[in-house]
Ligand binder design. Structure first.
Ligand SMILES: [Zn+2]
Length: 215
């Protein structure tokens, strides 16, 4: 689809959503907290063309929330919906307080040496003894598969790292949606089509995972 067409379609969707009656969120079976990485004084990674990670993550998070507004299955709460910095403890703390089903943090990647590094990685906490580790790993594998297929990008596999998401008490992953340090990928990450597709795939995959129920 040409990008002008997709922008028009998105605008139409936004207008229609704006006129629809407010949905009741209480009756929805799933509650998910989506975290837009960085924010405020912390830009995160900055690309060759000046794209800031905090802006890319916020747009994708807002798209996910927007798509969920009239979805009868899922409620999406954002850790931030504007350009502000929120400490990591507060981000996971919100998910814990709400007793969310999942905590999903969205980031964009940087490679300090290889400008050519590209593709998607889904990260899980390296604390494999945590109760939520098996479910987090399963969600990570599913997201990795769905995102790389839908976007046609390099599948870098899931990664284990010591991350703040270990403070979340529910299944949790951190998604690196692409490399801002790769100028070609940076240009893609700035487009509406890429951001909208990432958001759509994340939301659909989360629902697919939650529908399966605990294993
Ligand atoms: Zn980041």
């Amino acid at each position: 689809m040409r990008s002008k067409e997709s922008v028009s379609i998105a605008l139409l969707v936004l207008i229609l959503l704006g006129y629809a009656p407010l949905a009741q969120s209480q009756s929805r079976p799933f509650l998910v907290v989506i975290d837009a990485g960085h924010g405020g004084h912390d830009p995160g990674a900055v690309g060759y063309y000046g794209t800031q990670e905090k802006d890319v993550t916020l747009t994708i998070a807002r798209f996910i929330r927007l798509m969920s507004l009239y979805d009868p299955e899922i409620s999406v709460i954002l850790t931030r919906s504007d350009d502000r910095y929120i400490p990591h403890r507060e981000r996971t703390g919100l998910a814990n307080r709400l007793n969310a089903d999942l905590f999903v943090s969205i980031h964009a990647n940087a490679h300090p040496r290889h400008a050519a590094a590209n593709g998607i990685e889904v990260l899980v906490s390296d604390d494999t003894a945590q109760n939520n580790y098996p479910q987090s790993r399963e969600l990570a594998l599913l997201l990795q598969r769905r995102l790389t297929r839908a976007l046609g990008v390099t599948d870098r596999g899931i990664k284990h790292q010591r991350l703040f998401i270990r403070w979340a008490e529910m299944p949790t992953v951190l998604i690196e949606v692409g490399f801002l340090t790769n100028p070609q990928e940076e240009l893609k990450l700035r487009t509406f089509t890429y951001q909208w597709t990432v958001a759509e795939v994340i939301l659909q995959t989360i629902k697919e995972y939650l529908r399966r129920g605990p294993r």
